[in-house]
Design a protein around this ligand. Structure first.
Ligand code: KIV
Length: 279
């Protein structure tokens, strides 16, 4: 079955229509087994370019390529049957021109089966967002702390305090006017995120942006306690799978060293057991 033959139950207009009705539940996923786990519980699954750091050990999202996104996007789409899959456009794949953005966005959608793309940027990306949406590419925008610009920001800082607030608001209005169907607000002060959420007709999906956004997103490995390199304040740990995995791996290593694994129940005898006689 090709990636594009999956019919999705949830589409961008459905997500847009959730504004004011129900909080939009979003998690990232990068692999088929995790997509299968989050799918029944989420409205949106994001194949985030955070996979560069979380899965590939990169220092930031800047080194993430189209090929990496396509490989993980395909894996996630295979594991998702209910939630809508959104895929990040990696750094360098859309900023140059609307035509470049369309070429790469259409490739991401066609080669993975994802329903829409996410890209970072506000006023300066509005022309590109309009170009994409007019050509069948639904766009989720990403504002506030946009991690692909970490070197410009000088770190993973809160964006939108004091003098910056009106710029973030202007960005939000610009992406909405350009046709984005939703917008991620990352590390935006909660009061500003509330004001933006009130002002826009499209839903806001917050990460480190307070409780007044129309939905929330977390990196799944962060909330499961699997990615422990660093822990931003906005991450709530709902599990401690990293610790559980460490204990399981240590137990395996100890049993192999003690020659207590594998046991007879995990081994194959040289001769078949005698067939039971039937009465
Ligand atoms: O890449 C990602 O996981 C993201 C979320 C943090 C919103 O963009």
């Amino acid at each position: 079955m090709s990636a594009t033959s999956f019919a999705r139950a949830v589409l961008p207009p459905d997500i847009r229509a959730m504004k004011g009705r129900a909080p939009i539940v979003t998690l990232t996923a990068y692999t088929t087994p995790i997509a299968r786990l989050v799918d029944p519980h989420c409205d949106v699954i994001l194949v985030g370019d955070s996979l560069g750091m979380v899965i590939h050990g990169l220092p930031s999202t800047i080194g993430v390529t189209m090929e990496m996104m396509i490989l993980h996007g395909r894996a996630v789409v295979r594991g998702a049957s209910k939630a809508m899959v959104v895929i990040d456009m990696p750094f360098g794949s859309y900023e140059e021109s609307p035509a470049q953005a369309f070429r790469n966005a259409s490739r991401l959608m066609a080669e993975t089966g994802a329903t829409s793309v996410k890209l970072e940027g506000g006023v300066h990306m509005a022309e590109t967002i309009a170009f994409l949406t007019a050509r069948g590419v639904p766009v989720m925008a990403h504002l506030g702390l946009t991690p692909q610009s970490v070197n410009t920001f000088g770190g993973y800082k809160v964006v939108g305090r004091e003098g910056e607030a009106e710029k973030v608001m202007a960005d939000a209005l610009a992406v909405e006017a350009a046709g984005a169907y939703s917008v991620v607000l990352e590390k935006v002060p909660e009061g500003l995120a509330a004001r933006i959420s009130q002002r826009l007709a499209i839903p806001t999906i917050g990460i480190g942006a307070g409780v007044h956004c129309d939905g929330q997103v977390l990196v799944v490995d962060d909330m499961l306690g699997l990615f422990t390199e660093f822990r931003p304040k906005f991450v709530k740990r709902y599990g401690n799978l990293g610790e559980a995995a460490d204990q399981a791996i240590a137990a395996y290593a100890a049993e192999v060293r003690a020659r207590s694994f594998p046991g007879p129940e995990h081994s194959f005898p040289d001769t078949l057991p005698a067939a039971k006689t039937l009465k």
